[in-house]
Design a protein around this ligand. Structure first.
Ligand code: PLP
Length: 268
């Protein structure tokens, strides 16, 4: 018999194509050596060409999944991805408090503020953005927006390192312990530079940019790798640096699949 492993919980949507969402999170947790658990928030109908639509899971069922695993197996770290509706966000926030998960709680929480797919298909009902800002951000150990999500959440356009820093400051106002403003979508930058800040430290993490169109699930994989490192008891800067190495390698190992955008791969 083996020892009990560390555990990580993803609260996110299902991607029928297997590239993003809970499928990406579970693969990443497995690759990082932690036991993955899931609270499914929505079922998307999608493939490499885009998201055709989604159906959300009732908020009380999402909460019950979190309670079931937290009360029995324990959660060493958790992440949120696609949350679909304001109802689900409110219920998840309350349940995370009860389960002692969050920035001032026993177990750390990574909030990936997923709003739309890379094809521009919505993954969040419109009224839910405000709930992410007001309910989830103040509970987050680290939030991991990309530049599109930064624009939606703050109205700020990030075009260079200075504006990336201003965006980090604006996001910290919503109350997370740390923010990671991902710079991967600054395509004229030869490197992918992400900025991690808690308002005191401003840490630039730079990584190689790979010329691949196949980056589906990249954001989920990055946030899941950070969550796994937090579950393994690393501090936030070390966990993010570890996650950065992990996503860089996963993008390098991405593969074509279907007629559109293929997934990044956490296996190598
Ligand atoms: N589907 C689900 C369930 C997701 O959680 C996400 C992203 O978080 C996506 C699709 C979109 O992924 P991408 O933007 O990499 O296509």
């Amino acid at each position: 018999m083996n020892a009990t492993p560390r555990t990580a919980l993803t609260i996110a949507g299902s991607d029928s194509g297997g590239g993003a969402g809970i499928q990406a999170d579970l693969r990443t947790f497995f690759a990082c050596g932690v036991h993955g658990m899931t609270a499914v928030t929505a079922v998307t109908v999608q493939n490499s060409l885009g998201v055709e639509g989604f159906t959300e899971i009732p908020a009380d069922v999402v909460a019950a999944q979190i309670k079931a695993v937290a009360g029995d197996m324990g959660v060493d770290a958790a992440k949120t991805g696609m949350l679909a509706t304001a109802d689900i966000i409110l219920e998840v926030s309350k349940t995370l408090d009860e389960a002692d998960i969050g920035r001032d709680a026993h177990s750390p929480l990574v909030v990936d503020p997923v709003a739309a797919s890379m094809h521009g298909d919505p993954l969040l009902r419109e009224e839910a953005l405000e709930a992410i800002r007001t309910e989830l951000f103040p509970r987050a150990t680290v939030v991991t927006p990309n530049l599109d999500e930064v624009r939606l959440l703050t109205g700020l356009e990030v075009t260079d390192r200075d504006s990336q820093r201003r965006a980090a400051d604006a996001l910290l106002e919503f109350g997370p312990r740390w923010v990671l403003v991902k710079g991967g979508h600054l395509y004229d930058d030869p490197e992918c530079v992400d900025l991690l800040s808690d308002g005191v430290q401003y840490l630039e993490l730079s990584g190689r940019r790979y010329e691949t169109p196949h980056t589906h699930g990249g954001g989920d994989t990055f946030a899941a790798a950070i969550t796994a490192s937090l579950a393994l008891a690393l501090g936030v800067p070390d966990a993010v640096a570890e996650g950065k190495r992990f996503i860089e390698r996963s993008v390098a190992e991405s593969y074509p699949l279907g007629g559109g955008v293929g997934p990044v791969s956490p296996f190598w």
